[in-house]
Design a protein around this ligand. Sequence first.
Ligand code: PMP
Length: 359
Amino acid sequence: MSTIRPYCFNAGPATLPYEVLKQIQDNFFNFNGLSVLEISHRSKEFDEIIAHSKALFIELMNIPDNYEILFLQGGASHQFAMIPLNLMDKSADYVITGHWSKRAYSEAKIIGDAKIIFTSEYSNFSNVPKSYQIQPTPNASYVHITTNNTIYGTEFHEIPDTHDIPLIADMSSDILSRPVDVSKFGLIYAGAQKNIGPAGATLVIIRKDLIAKSYRNLPNILKYSTHAENNSLYNTPPVFAIYTMFLVLQWIKKNGGLKELEKINIEKAQTLYNEIDASCFYKPNAQKESRSNMNITFTLPNDDLTQKFIQEAKERNITGIKGHRKIGGIRASLYNAVTIDDVNVLVSFMKEFRRRLDF
Ligand code: PMP
């Protein structure tokens, strides 16, 4: 397929499995002559999409019974606010490993006593902490981490143990890329537009005892309890995004589930890191033990070469590799829908480019 479609390494919204896109196209009018865009979110058909999507999340992520799955809106950014609004009592702890965790922290700071208990800003966010570096403060309602830092290209490979203090994780850019032990978390959230589906849907997996905390004096739309009680149908949900997510989940299951995807994701990332490590031409942003398997970031010797690299890549139908404006350079995002063939095309180009310059 990649011969007709660009080799797309977008950071999000990102490429989706071609089979899923084709399925949407082929079955577009399959709801009794209507499309999913036109049917009621309270119809039997849409109810089934919600129910099957939840069941698939439970199966794929092995989610225990004492968790609720919510499909919300507003993206991960909305969760930056909802989490402290619903769950912060006296204070909450934040682990700062990049732009998005900083954002989460600044929103929490508006609401209450948010504390920074670790930051890797000193290293230009090139690492995530080791578990022992995360020491919750007394009275913290939760500890917040960002498991994968989309902009800087770092990822937690070991989930910290915060004991009886709920661990909350923004998994926007590595959800469904590998198995995780959900029972270690109080709440997991993710914007959909990388590994789950299109922008518009936001996944929240929340431990039921934390929902009980959210019966606070807040507007109903902002309470987890409202959405849990209404099966994520308190108001009109983003139907198309949820439908696509449902198809993506089926695709993941068909492709062997998260263990299998993790194997492929490691292979893809390793292929690219091997090329980066093969010379001093490409300089990785992330320290080795913190390297992300989803977003691979690196720089070239200077800006002119970076521009030339991006331009020549484009001529080879390789897109979406320009680094985030915060750090520049190159970023290749290798979400689930990116194939090993796509990565091989990028890596061949990288080899050829550096060899031409005698590296
Ligand atoms: N967290 C992470 C890790 C992200 O990568 C992003 C966006 N790319 C966000 C939060 C913000 O997500 P949204 O645009 O869905 O609010």
